[in-house]
Ligand binder design. Sequence first.
Ligand code: AMP
Ligand code: MG
Length: 509
Amino acid sequence: MPVPSFTSRFLRALPGDPSSLNEPRQVRGALWSTVQPTPVSAPTLLAWSPEVATQLGLTEAQVRELVPVLAGNAPPPGVTPFAANYGGHQFGHWAGQLGDGRAMGLGELNDLELQLKGAGPTPYSRRGDGRAVLRSSIREFLCSEAMHHLGVPTTRALSLVQTGDLVVRDMFYDGRAAPEPGAIVCRVAQSFLRFGNFELCTSREDHALLRELVGFTLTHYFPTLTTAEALLLEVARRTATLMAHWQAVGFVHGVMNTDNMSILGLTIDYGPYGWVDDFDPSWTPNTTDAEQRRYRFGNQPGIGLWNVERLGIALLPLLGDDEGKIEAALLEYQRTFEAEAGRRFTAKLGLSPREGTVELVHGLFSWLATEETDMTIFFRRLSEVVTAAEPTDFPQALREAFYGAPGEAHLAAGLAWLQAWWRQAREEAASPRQLAASMNAVNPKYVLRNYLAQEAIDAAHAGDAGAVTELLDVMRHPFDEQPGRDRFAQKRPEWARSKPGCSALSCSS
Ligand code: AMP
Ligand code: MG
Protein backbone atom coordinates (compact mmCIF):
# COMPACT_ATOMS: atom_id res chain seq x y z
CA MET A 1 0.00 0.00 0.00
CA PRO A 2 1.47 3.41 -0.87
CA VAL A 3 2.04 5.87 1.97
CA PRO A 4 -0.84 8.38 2.07
CA SER A 5 -0.06 11.88 0.86
CA PHE A 6 0.79 14.75 3.17
CA THR A 7 -0.97 18.12 3.33
CA SER A 8 -0.02 21.31 5.18
CA ARG A 9 -2.69 23.72 6.32
CA PHE A 10 -0.04 25.81 8.09
CA LEU A 11 1.96 26.43 4.90
CA ARG A 12 -1.07 26.91 2.72
CA ALA A 13 -2.77 29.43 4.98
CA LEU A 14 0.03 31.52 6.44
CA PRO A 15 2.78 33.72 5.02
CA GLY A 16 6.22 32.18 4.57
CA ASP A 17 9.73 33.43 4.12
CA PRO A 18 10.46 34.44 0.50
CA SER A 19 14.13 33.49 0.92
CA SER A 20 15.34 29.90 1.02
CA LEU A 21 18.85 30.85 2.16
CA ASN A 22 19.79 28.23 4.75
CA GLU A 23 21.93 30.29 7.06
CA PRO A 24 21.22 31.90 10.44
CA ARG A 25 19.28 35.12 9.96
CA GLN A 26 16.33 37.17 11.19
CA VAL A 27 13.14 36.28 9.33
CA ARG A 28 10.49 39.01 9.39
CA GLY A 29 6.92 39.11 8.17
CA ALA A 30 6.79 35.31 7.90
CA LEU A 31 5.75 32.42 10.14
CA TRP A 32 7.90 29.75 8.48
CA SER A 33 10.80 29.11 6.13
CA THR A 34 11.16 26.24 3.69
CA VAL A 35 14.09 23.99 4.52
CA GLN A 36 15.68 20.80 3.27
CA PRO A 37 16.70 18.10 5.71
CA THR A 38 20.40 17.24 5.52
CA PRO A 39 20.77 13.55 4.60
CA VAL A 40 22.31 11.12 7.09
CA SER A 41 24.61 8.22 6.29
CA ALA A 42 23.00 5.05 7.67
CA PRO A 43 19.47 5.39 9.06
CA THR A 44 18.24 2.59 11.31
CA LEU A 45 14.79 2.41 12.87
CA LEU A 46 15.45 1.75 16.57
CA ALA A 47 11.89 2.01 17.86
CA TRP A 48 8.42 3.16 16.85
CA SER A 49 5.05 3.63 18.45
CA PRO A 50 2.27 1.36 17.20
CA GLU A 51 -0.48 3.61 18.63
CA VAL A 52 0.83 6.70 16.84
CA ALA A 53 1.21 4.78 13.59
CA THR A 54 -2.42 3.69 13.85
CA GLN A 55 -3.54 7.26 14.47
CA LEU A 56 -1.73 8.33 11.34
CA GLY A 57 -3.28 5.49 9.38
CA LEU A 58 0.08 3.77 8.86
CA THR A 59 0.76 0.04 8.98
CA GLU A 60 4.01 -1.35 10.35
CA ALA A 61 5.16 -2.04 6.76
CA GLN A 62 4.47 1.59 5.87
CA VAL A 63 6.39 2.86 8.89
CA ARG A 64 9.37 0.78 7.75
CA GLU A 65 8.96 1.98 4.19
CA LEU A 66 9.00 5.54 5.54
CA VAL A 67 12.39 5.21 7.27
CA PRO A 68 14.23 7.31 4.61
CA VAL A 69 11.58 10.00 5.18
CA LEU A 70 11.85 9.71 8.97
CA ALA A 71 15.62 10.10 8.66
CA GLY A 72 15.31 13.20 6.49
CA ASN A 73 16.94 11.47 3.53
CA ALA A 74 13.95 11.55 1.20
CA PRO A 75 11.10 13.97 1.82
CA PRO A 76 8.07 12.43 0.10
CA PRO A 77 7.02 13.98 -3.22
CA GLY A 78 4.83 17.03 -2.81
CA VAL A 79 6.06 17.70 0.72
CA THR A 80 7.64 21.07 1.54
CA PRO A 81 9.61 20.69 4.77
CA PHE A 82 9.53 23.84 6.85
CA ALA A 83 10.91 25.38 10.03
CA ALA A 84 8.56 27.54 12.11
CA ASN A 85 9.49 31.04 13.22
CA TYR A 86 8.99 31.83 16.90
CA GLY A 87 10.59 33.69 19.79
CA GLY A 88 10.42 33.20 23.51
CA HIS A 89 11.12 34.24 27.07
CA GLN A 90 14.00 32.10 28.29
CA PHE A 91 14.55 31.90 32.05
CA GLY A 92 12.46 35.03 32.53
CA HIS A 93 14.02 37.20 29.80
CA TRP A 94 12.91 37.97 26.27
CA ALA A 95 15.32 36.18 23.91
CA GLY A 96 14.11 37.45 20.52
CA GLN A 97 13.79 35.17 17.51
CA LEU A 98 14.51 31.48 18.21
CA GLY A 99 12.55 29.28 15.79
CA ASP A 100 12.89 25.62 14.80
CA GLY A 101 16.66 25.31 14.81
CA ARG A 102 16.64 21.57 14.32
CA ALA A 103 13.00 20.60 13.89
CA MET A 104 11.34 20.44 10.49
CA GLY A 105 7.66 20.06 9.74
CA LEU A 106 6.75 17.62 6.99
CA GLY A 107 3.06 18.47 6.85
CA GLU A 108 0.05 16.51 8.05
CA LEU A 109 -1.40 13.03 7.83
CA ASN A 110 -4.93 12.64 9.22
CA ASP A 111 -4.79 16.24 10.50
CA LEU A 112 -1.71 15.46 12.58
CA GLU A 113 1.56 17.23 11.91
CA LEU A 114 4.74 15.21 11.60
CA GLN A 115 7.97 16.87 12.60
CA LEU A 116 11.56 15.61 12.42
CA LYS A 117 13.74 16.71 15.34
CA GLY A 118 17.45 16.70 14.54
CA ALA A 119 17.23 16.72 10.72
CA GLY A 120 19.86 19.42 10.10
CA PRO A 121 20.31 23.18 10.17
CA THR A 122 17.67 25.78 9.36
CA PRO A 123 17.73 29.60 9.22
CA TYR A 124 16.84 29.40 12.97
CA SER A 125 19.80 27.23 14.02
CA ARG A 126 21.79 30.20 15.32
CA ARG A 127 25.05 28.58 16.50
CA GLY A 128 23.59 25.04 16.66
CA ASP A 129 24.25 22.21 14.23
CA GLY A 130 20.60 21.23 13.72
CA ARG A 131 21.24 17.74 15.05
CA ALA A 132 20.17 15.77 18.12
CA VAL A 133 22.04 13.09 20.04
CA LEU A 134 20.75 9.57 20.61
CA ARG A 135 20.44 9.94 24.40
CA SER A 136 18.15 12.97 24.22
CA SER A 137 16.19 11.42 21.34
CA ILE A 138 15.56 8.24 23.34
CA ARG A 139 14.41 10.37 26.25
CA GLU A 140 12.01 12.38 24.07
CA PHE A 141 10.68 9.30 22.27
CA LEU A 142 10.00 7.36 25.47
CA CYS A 143 8.65 10.19 27.56
CA SER A 144 6.19 11.48 24.96
CA GLU A 145 4.64 8.04 24.82
CA ALA A 146 4.86 7.41 28.58
CA MET A 147 3.06 10.70 29.25
CA HIS A 148 0.33 9.88 26.77
CA HIS A 149 -0.35 6.55 28.44
CA LEU A 150 -0.51 8.30 31.82
CA GLY A 151 -3.26 10.48 30.38
CA VAL A 152 -1.14 13.64 30.29
CA PRO A 153 -1.63 15.91 27.23
CA THR A 154 1.53 15.70 25.14
CA THR A 155 3.08 15.70 21.70
CA ARG A 156 3.63 12.13 20.53
CA ALA A 157 6.50 10.29 18.90
CA LEU A 158 6.15 8.03 15.88
CA SER A 159 9.72 6.90 15.45
CA LEU A 160 13.27 6.91 16.70
CA VAL A 161 15.89 6.62 13.97
CA GLN A 162 19.61 6.39 14.59
CA THR A 163 21.39 8.33 11.87
CA GLY A 164 24.72 6.50 11.68
CA ASP A 165 26.47 9.86 12.05
CA LEU A 166 28.23 11.31 15.07
CA VAL A 167 27.30 14.57 16.73
CA VAL A 168 29.73 16.50 18.92
CA ARG A 169 28.41 17.71 22.28
CA ASP A 170 29.94 19.25 25.37
CA MET A 171 27.59 17.43 27.71
CA PHE A 172 28.88 18.95 30.95
CA TYR A 173 29.72 22.37 29.50
CA ASP A 174 33.26 21.87 30.78
CA GLY A 175 35.16 22.12 27.51
CA ARG A 176 35.36 18.35 27.00
CA ALA A 177 33.29 18.08 23.81
CA ALA A 178 33.01 14.52 22.50
CA PRO A 179 31.33 12.75 19.57
CA GLU A 180 28.12 10.86 20.29
CA PRO A 181 25.71 8.91 18.08
CA GLY A 182 23.06 11.08 16.42
CA ALA A 183 19.34 10.35 16.05
CA ILE A 184 16.09 11.81 14.78
CA VAL A 185 12.70 11.57 16.45
CA CYS A 186 9.58 12.03 14.37
CA ARG A 187 7.19 13.94 16.62
CA VAL A 188 3.48 14.10 16.05
CA ALA A 189 0.88 16.62 17.25
CA GLN A 190 -2.14 18.45 16.00
CA SER A 191 0.07 21.53 16.09
CA PHE A 192 3.49 22.51 17.40
CA LEU A 193 2.53 26.17 17.83
CA ARG A 194 4.01 27.71 20.96
CA PHE A 195 3.35 30.86 22.97
CA GLY A 196 6.55 32.14 21.34
CA ASN A 197 5.06 32.15 17.81
CA PHE A 198 2.56 34.77 19.00
CA GLU A 199 5.08 36.67 21.10
CA LEU A 200 7.49 37.12 18.19
CA CYS A 201 4.86 38.82 15.98
CA THR A 202 3.99 41.29 18.75
CA SER A 203 7.63 41.96 19.69
CA ARG A 204 8.09 43.16 16.11
CA GLU A 205 4.84 45.12 16.20
CA ASP A 206 3.63 43.01 13.29
CA HIS A 207 -0.01 43.05 14.36
CA ALA A 208 -1.27 41.98 10.93
CA LEU A 209 0.77 38.77 11.15
CA LEU A 210 -0.39 38.23 14.72
CA ARG A 211 -3.99 38.58 13.58
CA GLU A 212 -3.46 36.04 10.81
CA LEU A 213 -1.86 33.57 13.20
CA VAL A 214 -4.61 33.92 15.80
CA GLY A 215 -7.26 33.53 13.07
CA PHE A 216 -5.58 30.36 11.82
CA THR A 217 -5.27 28.96 15.34
CA LEU A 218 -8.93 29.58 16.11
CA THR A 219 -10.19 28.14 12.81
CA HIS A 220 -8.17 24.94 12.95
CA TYR A 221 -7.64 24.10 16.61
CA PHE A 222 -10.37 25.97 18.52
CA PRO A 223 -13.28 25.92 16.06
CA THR A 224 -15.86 26.77 18.73
CA LEU A 225 -14.07 30.02 19.66
CA THR A 226 -13.99 33.25 17.70
CA THR A 227 -11.93 35.84 19.59
CA ALA A 228 -8.41 36.31 20.93
CA GLU A 229 -9.98 36.86 24.35
CA ALA A 230 -11.66 33.44 24.26
CA LEU A 231 -8.44 31.87 23.00
CA LEU A 232 -6.45 33.31 25.89
CA LEU A 233 -8.98 32.06 28.44
CA GLU A 234 -8.94 28.58 26.92
CA VAL A 235 -5.13 28.43 26.76
CA ALA A 236 -5.07 29.56 30.40
CA ARG A 237 -7.40 26.68 31.30
CA ARG A 238 -5.45 24.13 29.31
CA THR A 239 -2.10 25.25 30.68
CA ALA A 240 -3.41 25.13 34.25
CA THR A 241 -4.81 21.66 33.62
CA LEU A 242 -1.47 20.54 32.21
CA MET A 243 0.32 21.81 35.33
CA ALA A 244 -2.12 19.87 37.52
CA HIS A 245 -1.29 16.74 35.51
CA TRP A 246 2.46 17.28 35.87
CA GLN A 247 2.24 17.82 39.63
CA ALA A 248 0.06 14.75 40.07
CA VAL A 249 2.50 12.40 38.33
CA GLY A 250 5.72 14.05 39.52
CA PHE A 251 6.97 15.26 36.14
CA VAL A 252 9.38 18.19 36.01
CA HIS A 253 9.76 19.72 32.55
CA GLY A 254 13.00 21.53 33.33
CA VAL A 255 12.83 24.30 30.68
CA MET A 256 9.46 26.02 30.83
CA ASN A 257 10.50 28.87 28.55
CA THR A 258 7.63 30.35 26.54
CA ASP A 259 9.04 28.82 23.35
CA ASN A 260 8.42 25.45 25.02
CA MET A 261 4.77 26.16 25.92
CA SER A 262 2.24 24.64 23.55
CA ILE A 263 -0.76 26.73 22.51
CA LEU A 264 -2.78 23.50 22.72
CA GLY A 265 -1.74 22.84 26.32
CA LEU A 266 0.45 19.86 25.43
CA THR A 267 3.70 18.85 27.06
CA ILE A 268 6.23 19.82 24.39
CA ASP A 269 10.02 19.78 23.92
CA TYR A 270 11.35 17.07 26.16
CA GLY A 271 14.86 18.18 27.10
CA PRO A 272 16.40 18.03 30.57
CA TYR A 273 13.12 16.88 32.11
CA GLY A 274 12.97 14.49 35.03
CA TRP A 275 10.66 12.61 37.36
CA VAL A 276 10.82 13.41 41.03
CA ASP A 277 11.85 10.23 42.72
CA ASP A 278 11.47 11.59 46.23
CA PHE A 279 8.74 14.17 46.62
CA ASP A 280 10.89 17.30 46.74
CA PRO A 281 9.24 20.54 45.61
CA SER A 282 12.65 22.22 45.26
CA TRP A 283 14.06 19.63 42.84
CA THR A 284 15.00 20.48 39.27
CA PRO A 285 16.66 18.08 36.84
CA ASN A 286 18.18 20.89 34.75
CA THR A 287 21.81 21.61 35.69
CA THR A 288 21.61 24.98 33.89
CA ASP A 289 18.91 25.96 36.41
CA ALA A 290 20.60 24.49 39.49
CA GLU A 291 21.29 27.89 41.07
CA GLN A 292 18.07 29.79 40.47
CA ARG A 293 15.78 26.70 40.40
CA ARG A 294 13.22 28.68 38.43
CA TYR A 295 11.75 25.51 36.94
CA ARG A 296 11.76 23.36 40.09
CA PHE A 297 8.92 20.89 40.71
CA GLY A 298 7.00 23.09 43.14
CA ASN A 299 7.34 26.18 40.97
CA GLN A 300 5.78 24.79 37.78
CA PRO A 301 2.22 26.00 38.43
CA GLY A 302 3.50 29.53 39.15
CA ILE A 303 5.63 29.53 36.02
CA GLY A 304 2.69 28.32 33.94
CA LEU A 305 0.82 31.37 35.20
CA TRP A 306 3.73 33.68 34.39
CA ASN A 307 3.89 32.20 30.89
CA VAL A 308 0.15 32.69 30.32
CA GLU A 309 0.66 36.32 31.28
CA ARG A 310 3.36 36.59 28.58
CA LEU A 311 0.90 35.15 26.06
CA GLY A 312 -1.72 37.63 27.23
CA ILE A 313 0.69 40.51 26.68
CA ALA A 314 1.45 39.15 23.20
CA LEU A 315 -2.28 39.08 22.40
CA LEU A 316 -2.94 42.55 23.85
CA PRO A 317 -3.19 44.25 20.43
CA LEU A 318 -6.14 41.93 19.68
CA LEU A 319 -7.68 42.46 23.12
CA GLY A 320 -8.31 46.15 22.49
CA ASP A 321 -5.27 46.80 24.72
CA ASP A 322 -7.48 45.90 27.68
CA GLU A 323 -5.22 44.52 30.41
CA GLY A 324 -8.31 43.51 32.38
CA LYS A 325 -8.68 40.65 29.90
CA ILE A 326 -5.25 39.36 30.84
CA GLU A 327 -6.20 39.62 34.53
CA ALA A 328 -9.32 37.60 33.82
CA ALA A 329 -7.27 34.89 32.11
CA LEU A 330 -4.85 34.73 35.05
CA LEU A 331 -7.77 34.34 37.46
CA GLU A 332 -9.19 31.61 35.24
CA TYR A 333 -5.79 29.90 35.33
CA GLN A 334 -5.69 29.99 39.14
CA ARG A 335 -9.25 28.75 39.49
CA THR A 336 -8.62 25.94 37.03
CA PHE A 337 -5.34 24.89 38.62
CA GLU A 338 -6.84 24.72 42.09
CA ALA A 339 -9.80 22.72 40.86
CA GLU A 340 -7.79 20.35 38.66
CA ALA A 341 -4.93 19.76 41.06
CA GLY A 342 -7.39 19.35 43.94
CA ARG A 343 -9.43 16.87 41.94
CA ARG A 344 -6.37 14.84 40.94
CA PHE A 345 -4.79 14.62 44.41
CA THR A 346 -8.13 13.90 46.00
CA ALA A 347 -8.63 11.01 43.58
CA LYS A 348 -5.07 9.78 44.20
CA LEU A 349 -5.99 9.53 47.88
CA GLY A 350 -9.31 7.86 47.14
CA LEU A 351 -11.23 10.74 48.68
CA SER A 352 -14.04 12.94 47.49
CA PRO A 353 -13.87 16.70 48.00
CA ARG A 354 -15.45 17.81 51.27
CA GLU A 355 -14.55 19.86 54.28
CA GLY A 356 -11.11 18.98 55.53
CA THR A 357 -9.91 17.26 52.35
CA VAL A 358 -7.67 20.13 51.26
CA GLU A 359 -6.05 20.24 54.72
CA LEU A 360 -5.47 16.50 54.53
CA VAL A 361 -3.78 16.81 51.14
CA HIS A 362 -1.57 19.70 52.27
CA GLY A 363 -0.71 17.86 55.46
CA LEU A 364 0.54 14.99 53.34
CA PHE A 365 2.60 17.27 51.10
CA SER A 366 4.54 18.74 53.99
CA TRP A 367 5.05 15.34 55.61
CA LEU A 368 6.27 13.82 52.31
CA ALA A 369 8.72 16.65 51.71
CA THR A 370 10.35 16.31 55.16
CA GLU A 371 12.11 12.98 54.55
CA GLU A 372 13.12 11.57 51.17
CA THR A 373 10.05 9.59 50.17
CA ASP A 374 9.36 8.11 46.75
CA MET A 375 6.24 9.78 45.38
CA THR A 376 5.18 7.05 42.97
CA ILE A 377 5.64 4.18 45.41
CA PHE A 378 4.00 6.03 48.28
CA PHE A 379 0.80 6.83 46.38
CA ARG A 380 0.61 3.43 44.69
CA ARG A 381 0.97 1.54 47.96
CA LEU A 382 -1.81 3.50 49.66
CA SER A 383 -4.28 1.17 47.98
CA GLU A 384 -2.82 -1.69 50.04
CA VAL A 385 -3.24 0.30 53.23
CA VAL A 386 -6.83 1.24 52.49
CA THR A 387 -7.91 -2.39 52.06
CA ALA A 388 -6.26 -3.48 55.34
CA ALA A 389 -7.47 -2.70 58.86
CA GLU A 390 -6.91 0.79 60.23
CA PRO A 391 -3.13 1.05 60.74
CA THR A 392 -1.84 0.97 64.30
CA ASP A 393 1.83 0.94 63.22
CA PHE A 394 3.46 2.69 60.30
CA PRO A 395 2.67 0.21 57.46
CA GLN A 396 5.45 -1.92 55.99
CA ALA A 397 4.11 -1.34 52.46
CA LEU A 398 4.86 2.38 52.79
CA ARG A 399 8.25 1.99 54.52
CA GLU A 400 9.59 0.84 51.16
CA ALA A 401 9.03 4.34 49.82
CA PHE A 402 11.68 5.84 52.13
CA TYR A 403 15.16 6.50 50.75
CA GLY A 404 16.63 6.83 54.21
CA ALA A 405 15.61 5.64 57.67
CA PRO A 406 13.31 8.24 59.19
CA GLY A 407 13.17 8.63 62.94
CA GLU A 408 10.30 7.66 65.26
CA ALA A 409 8.82 11.18 65.34
CA HIS A 410 8.46 11.24 61.58
CA LEU A 411 6.86 7.80 61.54
CA ALA A 412 4.47 8.81 64.30
CA ALA A 413 3.42 11.93 62.39
CA GLY A 414 2.97 9.80 59.28
CA LEU A 415 0.87 7.27 61.17
CA ALA A 416 -1.38 10.00 62.55
CA TRP A 417 -1.93 11.32 59.04
CA LEU A 418 -2.59 7.82 57.70
CA GLN A 419 -5.19 7.12 60.39
CA ALA A 420 -7.08 10.34 59.64
CA TRP A 421 -6.90 9.61 55.91
CA TRP A 422 -7.89 5.94 56.31
CA ARG A 423 -10.98 6.86 58.31
CA GLN A 424 -12.16 9.43 55.80
CA ALA A 425 -11.44 7.19 52.79
CA ARG A 426 -13.14 4.16 54.32
CA GLU A 427 -16.10 6.17 55.55
CA GLU A 428 -16.82 7.31 51.99
CA ALA A 429 -16.13 3.99 50.26
CA ALA A 430 -18.85 1.53 49.34
CA SER A 431 -16.26 -1.22 49.06
CA PRO A 432 -12.57 -1.09 50.03
CA ARG A 433 -11.66 -3.25 47.02
CA GLN A 434 -13.39 -0.91 44.60
CA LEU A 435 -11.74 2.02 46.30
CA ALA A 436 -8.31 0.40 45.90
CA ALA A 437 -9.03 -0.27 42.21
CA SER A 438 -10.04 3.34 41.62
CA MET A 439 -6.87 4.56 43.36
CA ASN A 440 -4.70 2.21 41.30
CA ALA A 441 -6.28 3.63 38.17
CA VAL A 442 -4.84 7.07 38.95
CA ASN A 443 -1.63 6.23 40.85
CA PRO A 444 0.77 4.75 38.30
CA LYS A 445 2.94 1.82 39.25
CA TYR A 446 5.39 2.56 36.43
CA VAL A 447 6.77 5.97 35.52
CA LEU A 448 9.74 6.73 33.30
CA ARG A 449 12.21 7.09 36.14
CA ASN A 450 15.33 8.96 35.09
CA TYR A 451 17.60 6.02 35.80
CA LEU A 452 15.42 3.64 33.76
CA ALA A 453 15.70 5.90 30.72
CA GLN A 454 19.46 6.13 31.32
CA GLU A 455 19.80 2.33 31.46
CA ALA A 456 18.00 2.08 28.10
CA ILE A 457 20.32 4.78 26.72
CA ASP A 458 23.41 2.90 27.93
CA ALA A 459 22.10 -0.30 26.30
CA ALA A 460 21.38 1.50 23.02
CA HIS A 461 24.90 2.97 23.05
CA ALA A 462 26.16 -0.58 23.43
CA GLY A 463 24.15 -1.58 20.37
CA ASP A 464 21.05 -3.03 22.06
CA ALA A 465 17.97 -0.97 21.22
CA GLY A 466 15.72 -3.74 22.57
CA ALA A 467 15.87 -2.05 25.98
CA VAL A 468 14.15 1.04 24.54
CA THR A 469 11.33 -1.04 23.09
CA GLU A 470 10.93 -2.99 26.32
CA LEU A 471 10.77 0.20 28.38
CA LEU A 472 8.23 1.66 25.95
CA ASP A 473 6.18 -1.48 26.35
CA VAL A 474 6.19 -1.16 30.16
CA MET A 475 5.20 2.52 29.93
CA ARG A 476 2.26 1.70 27.66
CA HIS A 477 0.40 0.26 30.70
CA PRO A 478 1.54 2.37 33.65
CA PHE A 479 -1.44 1.60 35.89
CA ASP A 480 -1.46 -2.18 35.39
CA GLU A 481 0.29 -4.78 37.47
CA GLN A 482 2.79 -6.29 35.01
CA PRO A 483 3.99 -9.63 36.36
CA GLY A 484 7.74 -10.14 35.95
CA ARG A 485 8.37 -6.43 35.52
CA ASP A 486 8.73 -5.32 39.14
CA ARG A 487 12.26 -4.12 38.47
CA PHE A 488 10.72 -1.23 36.52
CA ALA A 489 8.74 -0.17 39.59
CA GLN A 490 11.64 0.10 42.04
CA LYS A 491 12.75 3.31 43.66
CA ARG A 492 15.92 4.95 42.35
CA PRO A 493 18.94 2.85 43.32
CA GLU A 494 21.75 4.54 45.27
CA TRP A 495 24.18 4.41 42.33
CA ALA A 496 21.79 6.62 40.36
CA ARG A 497 21.56 9.35 42.99
CA SER A 498 24.17 11.57 41.41
CA LYS A 499 24.93 9.85 38.09
CA PRO A 500 24.52 12.24 35.11
CA GLY A 501 21.32 11.46 33.25
CA CYS A 502 19.79 9.91 36.37
CA SER A 503 19.35 12.96 38.57
CA ALA A 504 20.92 15.88 36.76
CA LEU A 505 20.67 16.65 33.08
CA SER A 506 22.29 19.31 31.00
CA CYS A 507 20.53 21.14 28.19
CA SER A 508 23.19 19.84 25.80
CA SER A 509 21.22 17.54 23.57
P1 AMP B 1 15.30 24.12 23.56
O1 AMP B 1 15.88 24.71 24.80
O2 AMP B 1 15.79 22.74 23.23
O3 AMP B 1 13.83 24.21 23.51
O4 AMP B 1 15.87 24.99 22.35
C1 AMP B 1 15.83 26.39 22.31
C2 AMP B 1 16.15 26.86 20.92
O5 AMP B 1 17.43 26.38 20.51
C3 AMP B 1 15.17 26.41 19.85
O6 AMP B 1 15.03 27.45 18.95
C4 AMP B 1 15.89 25.23 19.22
O7 AMP B 1 15.48 24.99 17.91
C5 AMP B 1 17.34 25.66 19.29
N1 AMP B 1 18.27 24.53 19.31
C6 AMP B 1 18.49 23.66 20.31
N2 AMP B 1 19.43 22.76 19.96
C7 AMP B 1 19.82 23.05 18.70
C8 AMP B 1 20.76 22.50 17.78
N3 AMP B 1 21.50 21.43 18.09
N4 AMP B 1 20.87 23.08 16.58
C9 AMP B 1 20.14 24.16 16.24
N5 AMP B 1 19.26 24.73 17.06
C10 AMP B 1 19.09 24.20 18.27
MG1 MG C 1 12.34 24.23 22.48
